[in-house]
Ligand binder design. Sequence first.
Ligand code: URA
Length: 426
Amino acid sequence: MRATDMIDKKRHGGEHTREELEAFIGGYVAGEVPDYQVAAWLMAVVFRGMTVRETAELTAVMAHSGDLLDLSGLPHTVDKHSTGGVGDKTSLVLAPLLAAAGAVVAKMSGRGLGHTGGTIDKLESIPGFRTDLSERDFYRQAETVGVVITGQSKELAPADGLLYALRDATATVQSLPLIAASIMSKKLAGGARTIVLDVKVGSGAFMKTPAEARELARTMLGIGERANRNVRALLSDMSEPLGRAVGNALEVDEAVRCLQGEGPEDLQALCLALAEAGLAAAGLDASRAALQELISSGRAFATFEAWVRAQGGDVSQLGHLERAPDRHTLRAPRSGYVARLEALEVGQAVKVLGGGRSRKGDAIDPGVGVVLHAKVGDEVAAGDALATLYHRGGRGFEEALARLEGAFTLADEAAAAPELVLETLA
Ligand code: URA
């Protein structure tokens, strides 16, 4: 089927066959189908959706667009993926925590997408950290260090690497089948037996309601089950940012503090919940006390350092990575309680400061971002600091400030902080 016929078929709500998807996606990876035709098809998928069968076929085609790693020689392999959020640095905490608990964490991560951050961009804010490992190095590090995270490569799920960047630049991220296929193709190619999915819900997530998030989780669980993997999914809140730091280097530093037992509370609680789910599914000791001991004894942080070192990162800079030199403090215009703190707006603010991409292939600025001093439920007096922006003068600063101001809603009545973990599905 020609590319124009694929676009037309999906535009009219048709269901693609495996052969059609193989030819189209294969043609894209081979450079025979251009970006603009794939972008048009992606937009048609956003509007018309895909059936469950079609989504599973697309996932399989994307997973098979490169090599499939065989990790069967390693014990208790666990992979984790988030559907994307703001301030979501859980992988940086969870990967070494799981490894310290006896799992082997071998994971392929993505870059920032839309208003959400990406683990690879965060890791690259550590000087020297390499995210382009070969399959051989990936396997060897999983074996020797117990934790490895690499970016998309031409070898592993290359179709997702290409589609991911194109979706980011064409506003075609927000689609349940495209998100499910993107995530699960990477997970299937990555080869881990156990997969823990953090499905985000709320204004800062791609899934705005628990019902949508549950449907996405069930779709991914179904794909994983068909591929004979142990999959667990948690639905977690993304109406306000996770933790207090948003922006690549700022988030790595916050993850370091979390691994040293210094919170923030919501980040720590979510990491512990994800770790419990992953370890239990992998057949390892998953008690909260054991996990807390790994943090308080310094073993989880020592594993983090070993991992960073193994990928070439400069551990001497952890905890104080370079930040953008200009600071601006946003202050409360009145006294009251923080009733809302829109994760989407905070994410957009960091993106326009240069912490995310507007065009495919844009370089990002690791040092810009926002530190939140107040979150939902906190009481503030007029003039108190709500947030600090780290910026570099002109670039996007005015828009970022306006977005950040708009992100906060102050009210007279105290508001409850949102429930962090809404549901666990298996
Ligand atoms: N994370 C991914 O890897 N892909 C998506 O499409 C969304 C979040």
